[in-house]
Write a protein that binds this ligand. Structure first.
Ligand code: PEP
Length: 252
């Protein structure tokens, strides 16, 4: 069955102690009013282990923001999926546009990471999205279909069941410029049709597709009300406990 899912991507923000305080605040607020969706937080790597402790016995799962495609070895500065799993992560975010833009990650590299993360027992939040230039050139469909097919190449249906797709138009990330519910819904529907053509109708119907890009408490309800939008990947607004928890409670 398709799940509703909201995840907070804290990016390179918060020290360990600040992360612990924010996670505890989110957990406390959600214990007062239980969420009707799955919830995950993606802190900096350094805070993953301390947060595993803070979030024990809460409904909130831990996510990492990236991983390497090997388990170990001479890859200075990298963190492997296996390490993340052992540290208490349930999910890893892969293919975020900031990784693509600033660190040169390609669909082929992301595909290798996706396969390793799944093999190590993590679930994947796979980000896809077009730039403003691509949208203006009418290339959105081509770009999204290409990213989904290359990043999920060689995955079985069982693998795909452990993937959440996050549609994040690059022009909407951190800009305050949210896609309208209709703009987002159009791409979510396209992704679902495309998954059906690659795999099965059942998988396409069951896969969770989050929207990401300047989601706030003030616009989450109308986005989450769309039939093919199953929640959100939240950046800036996940750094404030009250705002994030309001977003989590935005399903009608
Ligand atoms: C993100 O980085 O995944 C994101 C959606 O950021 P923001 O909510 O700040 O636009």
């Amino acid at each position: 069955m398709r799940k509703k899912f909201v995840a907070g991507n804290w990016k390179m923000n918060k020290t360990i102690s600040e992360s612990v305080a924010l996670a505890a605040d989110v957990a406390k607020r959600l214990s007062d009013a239980m969420p009707s969706c799955d919830v995950a937080l993606a802190p900096t790597f350094l805070a993953i282990e301390p947060l595993a402790e803070v979030l024990r016995n809460t409904p909130i799962k831990l996510a990492a923001q990236n991983c390497h495609f090997e388990n170990d070895g001479a890859f200075t500065g990298e963190v492997s999926a296996r390490m993340l799993k052992h540290a208490g992560c349930h999910y890893v975010i892969l293919g975020h546009s900031e990784r693509r833009q600033y660190f040169g990650e390609t669909d082929e590299l992301i595909n290798k990471k996706v396969k390793k993360a799944l093999a190590e027992g993590l679930e994947v939040i796979l980000c896809v999205g077009e730039t403003l230039e691509q949208r203006e050139n009418d290339e959105t469909k081509k770009v999204i279909v290409s990213q989904v097919s290359h990043c999920t190449a060689d995955l079985s249906i069982d693998d795909m069941k452990r993937i959440t797709i996050a549609y994040e138009p690059v022009w909407a990330i951190g800009t305050g410029q949210t896609a309208t519910p209709d703009q987002a819904e159009e791409v979510h529907r396209l992704i679902r049709f495309f998954i059906a053509s690659l795999h099965t109708d059942e998988l396409a119907n069951d896969i969770t597709i989050q929207y990401g890009g300047s989601v706030k408490a003030s616009n989450a309800k109308e986005l989450f009300a769309m039939p093919n939008i199953d929640g959100g990947l939240i950046g800036g607004a996940s750094l404030k406990a009250d705002e994030f928890v309001q977003i989590v409670h935005s399903f009608s």
